[in-house]
Design a protein around this ligand. Sequence first.
Ligand code: ARG
Length: 459
Amino acid sequence: MSKDKVWSGRFSEPVDALVKRYTASVNFDKRLAEFDIQGSLAHASMLAAQNIISNEDLASIKSGMAEILDEIRAGKFEWLLDLEDVHLNIEKRLTDKVGDAGKRLHTARSRNDQVATDVRLWLRASVDDILDLIKKLQLSILDLAEQHAGTVMPGFTHLQVAQPVTFGHHLMAYFEMLKRDAGRLQDCRKRINQLPLGAAALAGSGYPVDRELVAKTLGFDGVCENSLDAVSDRDFAIEFTAAAALIMTHLSRFSEELILWSSPRFGFVDIADRYCTGSSIMPQKKNPDVPELVRGKTGRVNGNLVALLTLMKGQPLAYNKDNQEDKEPLFDTVDTLLDTLTIYADMLRGIKVNKEAMRSAVLEGFATATDLADYLVKKGVPFRDAHEVVAKAVHHAEAKGCDLADLKLEELHKFSKLVEKDVYAILTPEGSLATRRHIGGTAPEQVKKAIAKARKNLG
Ligand code: ARG
């Protein structure tokens, strides 16, 4: 097989060896191969339908591409650095197999609209895989939340015990984040799913191309409406990576909590051994490596987002070779996300919850102080005054080293005469939870309702 560059005719000396390696992308863009073939077949069918190439040429292209696809899938395709990228490798192989028909494939097309099409097809499939995995993770969250709809734990603000919540309610906060994450991806998918082919190098094609036909064949929702924009902008990839960075950010926050909660100081949860490692020096250690790496890999995805934004910002219209640098950050983002989501869904299924540790943590932080203030408000005390009364009662309990619920009625009367025996019902964590029955509240029956609704909407 000849290794001459398809564009070598204009040049009087061969490319420097380092430059060849520097400019080649085949080592990473061969990953687009199946989508490149899919795009080429749709393009060739359109060329034949428009009588730009013959039906015989189309048949040869189809049979040649089928063989190439088999070779690639079997790992037998020989990728050559000399042929620069995935597109030229496949085209050259096709021409070696079917002759002139292979050389006609590139009529009315440029690698500029070809690569933009391949990346969109690849990213569309990746988004669909990611959406499936988000759903699986959401199901894991729902299952765990259901078991703990009534498990009391401290809710925190400033990482200080604030008010009692249920563990199920806390978990459902992450369900909501992932719901919005999925929505962002579905929205971004619409803008990914537009066809660049037909834009050719930048100015469109002089042949009577039928772009709508190609879009339909490839399952695109429509065609990119401006040829210069079609070959040059990668905003769809940036948008996707921004959505990915948010998913990772949410999982990073969740990871931070799992790391804290699994430390003996909290002791709220135990992460299954298969997600942890030991220390080479300290025999007692069980380290939460997986959540730590999720937190760490968030930095890498955020970095990919910045890389893509920076890649785009100085480019004049239309296509520039800079865009070849879009692939590695994009591939890395998708790979990181697929692994992270898969691992997370399973890791949550292996979480053991220490309900006693959660409950005793609530009792340590005067978590029902707000409930006592609300109790006084219901008896006619203005909220600001009630706040002050309760602050004094907390101060007193703290000095005594007990919880508000441990103070006798006579002691509470020192702060307000309005307090009666029924106050003890709301001074317990369960009493506090039970009052928060509105949509979005943490009362166990409300949490159960939220879980049921979420399960139904997830389908
Ligand atoms: N490998 C190139 C890329 O990823 C394909 C397009 C090359 N176009 C060109 N005019 N050199 O962007």
